[in-house]
Design a protein around this ligand. Structure first.
Ligand code: LLP
Length: 417
């Protein structure tokens, strides 16, 4: 559920009309709802009830410092994949002791910084990484707490680009081979084994793959216990899907209810790393129709947002709802492809949408809060959009629109002759 609703035919973010946002801040513009963000965090946190747990919001979904700060204020932990994301969380006031560090390619300097600030856990993804982490920790006279990301070989039944828990994927260590790596880790001087981690994929709409993965993690924890390795937490990763069109993903409470049916889970602290399910429906991408082109085969609405602002439709053929900001239109309803100004046929935001449009109309692309701005680029030398956060009747810029000048400030011309 979110707080983007029509009032008297006008689309609002909480108590602010999107039409006013467009007038005040221009388009394209990401518009966030604070109440939606907070609601989603609480839904996850409350769903765990008395069960010891930590919600580590996955920063990659949306890393704006204002968003991270609001989550930090609620007590959220964070899942990071780079030193850049680490610095963002610190800047936003996040607690290092609630940070888990995922990712297949952690550099030594990234490990060093994470150890320096005292993060909670490294989710180690390979034996090479384990050896490097032990060395880096030893050089700093520190102990690194780890879980090993196992690849449980379950099919998340999602888009191949965002499925991560199959043997053929690059992530984690094969669950059938991981025991030896755990034994090696347990014998290392500067490593403290605390957990088991997995992340099987994103936009999952069924709990079954999570249950299968959990079962495999619990079995592994038993086997490790028998060998003297005491596992304290299980990290089940992120991946819970959202409704973009007609999907019916489980609610956080339905997800935990199912997990809790496995009694053994209660012996462990549970860490989860939700990104999309917290952030996706917190924002719309607000865009203006520049031109309409009515052809024999197709009608196009050319808008001022493009694939550089929101790449999900182009990259994954993702479907996101596109709705008018003003519901009442006297224009004829036609079937449009909503496309951007970029010089690529793949530059579309939605296809075959029935809309009554006129030039200058405003459209809102829904569910744009996760993997929206974070995947934006400057392709075609397009400054990245502004981000605005609505809180009740107030709106605040949380990221200024980029200027053209700033796009080439790091570029250097050769001296003459
Ligand atoms: N933890 C790890 C280790 C991950 O790799 C990811 C996402 C998450 C947590 C968060 O997953 P979520 O709860 O958001 O599903 N750009 C794609 C999604 C890529 C997901 C990558 N990993 C998209 O726009 O659909």
């Amino acid at each position: 559920m979110d707080f983007f609703n029509y009032k008297n035919g006008q689309l609002f973010a909480e108590d602010v009309a999107l039409d006013d946002i467009a007038k005040q801040y221009g388009t394209p513009c990401y518009v966030y709802s604070r109440a939606t963000l907070e609601r989603h965090y609480h839904a996850f946190n409350d769903a765990f009830g008395e069960q010891p747990h930590l919600i580590c919001y996955s920063v990659k979904a949306n890393s704006n410092i204002a968003i991270l700060n609001l989550l930090a204020r609620l007590g959220s932990g964070f899942d990071i994949v780079s030193v850049g994301e680490l610095e963002r969380v610190l800047k936003a006031g996040g607690d290092p002791k609630k940070i888990v560090f995922s990712g297949v390619g952690k550099r030594a300097d990234e490990m060093q910084r994470a150890l320096e600030v005292g993060i909670r856990c490294f989710n180690v993804e390979s034996e090479g990484e384990l050896v490097r982490l032990n060395d880096v920790a030893a050089s700093m006279d520190k102990i690194a707490s780890i879980s090993i990301r196992v690849n449980p070989d379950v099919d998340a039944k999602t888009h191949p680009y965002i499925s991560t828990g199959l043997k053929e994927n690059k992530f984690g260590i094969d669950i059938s081979l991981v025991e030896a790596v755990y034994l090696r880790a347990a014998a290392m001087e500067n490593i403290n084994v605390t957990g088991i981690d997995c992340h099987i994929g994103s936009q999952l709409t069924d709990v079954t793959p999570f249950m299968d993965a959990l079962e495999r993690l619990l079995d592994l924890a038993d086997r490790l216990k028998a060998q003297g390795i005491d596992i304290k937490h299980l990290d089940l990763g992120g991946g819970l899907g959202v409704r973009y069109k007609d999907e019916t993903p489980p609610l956080p409470s339905e997800y935990t209810e199912k997990l809790f049916t496995n009694e053994k889970l209660k012996e462990y602290e549970i860490v989860i790393e939700p990104g999309r399910a917290i952030a996706a429906n917190t924002a719309v991408l607000l865009t203006k129709v520049e031109y309409l082109k009515h052809g024999e085969e197709k009608n196009f609405a050319i808008v001022d947002a493009a694939m550089n602002d929101l790449i999900r439709p182009s990259l994954y053929q993702a479907w996101q709802a596109i709705i008018p900001v003003n519901e009442d239109s006297s224009a004829e309803t036609r079937t449009y492809d909503i496309v951007g100004p970029i010089c690529e046929t793949g530059d579309f935001l939605g296809k075959d949408r029935d809309l009554a449009l006129e030039q200058e109309d405003l459209l809102a692309i829904r569910s744009a809060g996760a993997y929206g701005f974070t995947m934006a680029s400057n392709y075609n030398t397009r400054p990245r959009a502004a981000e605005v956060l609505v809180d009740g009747e107030q709106s605040t810029v949380i990221r200024k629109r980029e200027t053209i000048e700033s796009l080439f400030e790091n570029e250097i011309m050769l001296p003459k002759e």
